[in-house]
Design a protein around this ligand. Structure first.
Ligand code: NDP
Ligand code: AKG
Length: 451
């Protein structure tokens, strides 16, 4: 086939839209990747002939199921659960489970698609998957969450396994939910095996998994800054979210001598001009994870801080920005505000938090911009280490895992530079991550023939 006969980006995206009607998040994620991959494969006939991108953008399977559970008032509740197994060319499907009322098939398909590239970038043998349910754990008792998790796993268990598909946590799924789900898997199958990661340390969890995503996003940021002769110390950071990723990102920024000014949740953001230090971060962790309270309560505990109801933190002047809450939480206008306020670098703890238009603003301004699939890969990388530990029946300590995480993030940064260096000192980390992530999966798929 002559190069001019290849399907163009526009035609390809029309097909994606037609096949996935209304799945806006999935279409957005595919578009962002396809822009770079089309350029990369322009003169690479074998990828065209084998329709590699078309195949990666069609999940291997989407499993959808009913989840029935009984609330504390004995009402029967019905939710929908999913597992999207996107691609297992380079290893078992791997990716988190999200419990949030906004979960749809489109959201999970975008996350599983992104995960495929992210997991490839880590260099570890993991394919891409993601799952979840439109269940809202907020305001539910522990007993209700346990019954929901047990019911969810009663269906999910038949689709997963340590060499098949290994889920973990994500929004709304932390240590408590993983414990309930692992307990149910073990009860049904009568097998103790590393079928989930993010487990408690008493039963095979990695000592570094809770910190890994947030710390990793800051290590990625550090690598971007170092590449331009800068570091985190002395810089102000604006962070969104107040969950697992946000609080650990805040902790690492603080440890490296930066000052964190904001955190947020779906109710608004808090701005603490004095800085959110370790003591305050500990309070937030406890308040959000154990008391299960709201971020607005921070201002009662720490006077001097302000709560901005219903707003996002991107208008607060800063040097560094870390979106760590959810997808599409930073739009074009907010990206412009960050640039105008002198922000130097953005490292995404969340998955796809910046809209396509926002990303363009960052690139046009030549701001250092680390997309989630590279910047937040530390979490799944340490999950990969947890899988190895479980298979080998060994345990690495916190210090050793910290060294491995640092090396893994350095390696991911290096791959992004290799494929994203524009030759004028600017690195397009989106392009670098997309191409490096794609190449390994694509070459494995070529080796398998038409499957
Ligand atoms: N946990 C991990 O290891 C990894 C997570 N990620 C990504 O990081 C992000 C955060 O995950 P994680 O910290 O684990 O989740 P958590 O459930 O621990 O925290 C989520 C945080 O985001 C906020 N949030 C959720 N939805 C919205 C919304 N629609 N608008 C505003 N704020 C919102 C929550 O606020 P509220 O309490 O009000 O809901 C909460 O502060 C997600 O994008 C996730 O996919 C990426 C890689 C790995
Ligand atoms: O550790 C895992 O497998 C989950 C990671 C994840 O869901 C993510 O990287 O978005």
């Amino acid at each position: 086939m002559a190069v001019s006969d290849h399907v163009g980006l526009g035609h390809f995206m029309e097909g994606v839209k037609k096949r996935n009607p209304g799945q806006t998040e999935f279409i957005q994620a595919v578009h962002e990747v396809a822009q770079d991959i089309f350029e990369f494969i322009e003169d690479k006939e074998e990828y065209h002939e084998a329709q590699i991108l078309r195949r990666i953008a069609e999940p291997d399977r989407v499993i959808s199921f009913r989840v029935c559970w009984e609330d504390d008032n004995h009402n029967i509740r019905v939710q929908r659960g999913w597992r999207v197994q996107n691609n297992n060319a380079i290893g078992p499907y791997k990716g988190g489970i999200r419990f949030h009322p906004s979960v749809t098939e489109s959201v999970l398909k975008f996350l599983a698609f992104e995960q495929t590239f992210k997991n490839s970038l880590t260099g570890l043998p993991m394919g891409g998957g993601k799952g979840g349910a439109n269940f809202n754990p907020k305001g539910k008792s522990d007993a209700e969450v346990m019954r929901f998790c047990q019911s969810f796993m009663t269906e999910l268990y038949r689709h997963i396994g340590p060499d098949t598909d290994v889920p973990a946590g994500d929004i709304g799924v932390g240590a408590r939910e993983i414990g309930y789900m692992f307990g149910q898997y073990k009860r049904i199958t009568n097998r103790w095996e590393g079928v989930l990661t993010g487990k408690g340390q008493e039963y095979g969890g990695s000592q570094m998994r809770p910190e890994a995503t947030g710390y990793g996003a800051v290590y990625f940021l550090e690598n971007m800054l170092k590449h331009r002769g800068m570091d985190v110390a002395g810089h102000n950071a604006v962070i969104s979210g107040s969950g697992n990723v946000a609080t650990h990102a805040a902790e690492k920024i603080t440890q490296l001598g930066g000052k964190v000014l904001t955190l947020s949740d779906s109710g608004g953001f808090i701005h603490d001009p004095a800085g959110i230090d370790q003591e305050k971060i500990n309070w937030v962790k406890h308040h959000k994870t154990h008391t299960r309270g709201r971020i607005k309560d921070y201002v009662d505990e720490f006077p001097g801080a302000e709560f901005h109801e219903g707003e996002r933190p991107w208008g607060v002047p800063c040097d560094l920005a870390l979106p760590c809450a959810t997808q599409n939480e930073l739009n074009e206008q907010e990206a412009r505000t960050l640039v105008d306020n002198g922000c130097k670098a953005v490292s995404e703890g969340a998955n796809m938090p910046t809209t396509l238009e926002g990303v363009k603003v960052f690139h046009d301004a030549k701001l250092m911009y680390g997309p989630g699939k590279a910047a937040n890969a530390g979490g799944v990388a340490v999950s990969g280490l947890e899988m190895s530990q479980n298979s080998e029946r060994i345990s690495w300590n916190h210090e050793r895992l910290g060294e491995m995480l640092t090396e893994l993030m350095e390696g991911i940064h290096g791959k992004c530079v290799e494929y994203g260096d524009k030759g004028d000192g600017y690195v397009d980390y989106v392009k670098g991550a997309n191409i490096a992530g794609f190449k390994k999966v694509a070459d494995a798929m070529l080796a398998f023939g038409v499957v």
